[in-house]
Design a protein around this ligand. Structure first.
Ligand code: 2U9
Length: 344
């Protein structure tokens, strides 16, 4: 039994030294010193010993048990220390390491252009109004002097949801709704930005969904020169005080007379280049004096009230301002494209 105890001690201490974690160490503890442990087994056999042998073996067994326990405690200390260091190592933050880059989003280029135009007109006393993107045929067409079957309706190929409802093709219905809500005896100064929809096949200059900003100014005795003055101010604030504007006759069912406004080309300062297709001018928006029928349908007496309106496409303005070659870039969420416009 003496050799057995010494062999078990050697074996146990060897096993203890080989353990690599506290869990394995506990298993060694149980295997040797546990209730069913081999040392405990030996001690259970003490009964068969002679009374001379019992104290010798008893003392040896206690020494062996103590030696094994001590080896286990030391090893446990070491393993826990190593465990702690590993934990600390893992948790140690190397403050010299660069932080994980946090990708900040930014204002979409179209939003910043729209906000720039909004601020400009708010400065002129206009209010910003929004309206439903799902519009009725009446407010999207009828109220804007585009009766059923009017050819101009086809120009604005529409996404109809029902016979009555469609995705609005312009933001003009918001102006018509606003005028209607003011029961014909209050001035109107409003701009209306928003998404509009045309059943168009997408290409570099057309998108089935794009943005518009339209404006309306209705009051007593509003004249064409008020429109021209407003557009000239807009062009100079938006594109630079050295820009000239040019108004060309045009036609819209909801304005009479109608014009298109061009600004002098920045690239060639009007001499002609590829950007302005050798014309020296770049078309920016359409406008005109509100058609008397449109005023009437909105409850305004066209003999008392007159007004002007304008409409532009922020997509087109952004493409001109930043030399962007394809309108679809605004809607295809390519971060490489979008982040170019993030304020630093
Ligand atoms: C009411 C009365 C008149 C809004 C107007 C335009 C001219 C115009 C185009 C600009 C770019 C459409 O997206 S675009 O192709 N719009 O040129 N819009 S006048 O006239 C109105 C609107 C509402 C009650």
């Amino acid at each position: 039994m003496q050799e057995q105890l010494q062999r078990l001690e050697k074996e146990a201490v060897e096993k203890v030294s080989q353990t690599e974690n506290v869990k394995d160490l506990q298993e060694v503890q149980v295997a040797y010193l546990g209730r069913k442990g081999s040392i405990t087994e030996v001690l259970r056999g003490m009964g068969k010993l002679s009374k001379e042998e019992r104290p010798v073996i008893g003392e040896l067994a206690n020494k062996v048990r103590a030696a094994i326990q001590e080896a286990i405690d030391e090893k446990k200390e070491l393993l826990e220390q190593a465990e702690l260091e590993k934990q600390l190592e893992k948790e140690t933050i190397d403050v010299t390491l660069p932080g994980r880059p946090v990708n900040f989003g930014g204002t979409h280029i179209l939003t910043s252009i729209i906000e720039e135009i909004e601020d400009l007109f708010i400065g002129l006393g206009y209010e910003v109004r929004e309206g439903p993107e799902v519009e009725t045929d009446y407010f999207n067409f009828e109220a804007l002097n585009l009766p059923q079957g009017h050819p101009a309706r086809d120009m604005q190929d529409s996404f109809y949801l029902t016979n009555e409802l469609l995705m609005r093709t312009h933001t003009s219905p918001v102006q018509a709704r606003t005028m209607r809500s003011l029961n014909g005896n209050e001035p109107v100064r409003m701009i209306c930005p928003g998404k509009v929809y045309r059943r168009d096949s997408d290409d570099a200059t057309h998108s089935h969904q794009f943005t518009q900003i339209e404006g309306l100014y209705v009051d007593k005795n509003v004249r064409m020169s008020d429109l021209k003055g407003t557009l000239d101010l807009f062009a100079k604030k938006m594109f630079g005080k050295d820009r000239e504007i040019r108004l060309r006759p045009s036609f819209f069912p909801f304005t009479e007379p109608s014009v298109e406004m061009d600004i002098s080309c920045k690239v060639c300062s009007g001499k002609g280049c590829s950007v302005c297709k050798q014309t020296g001018w770049i078309e920016i928006l359409g406008a005109g004096m509100v058609h008397p029928k449109v005023l009437e349908m909105a409850g305004y007496d066209p003999n008392v009230y007159t007004g002007f309106a304008f409409g532009m496409g922020p997509d087109r303005i952004a493409m001109l301002k930043y030399g962007i070659d394809d309108i679809r870039r605004f809607y295809t969420n390519d971060i490489r494209f979008l982040k170019q416009f993030h304020e630093a």
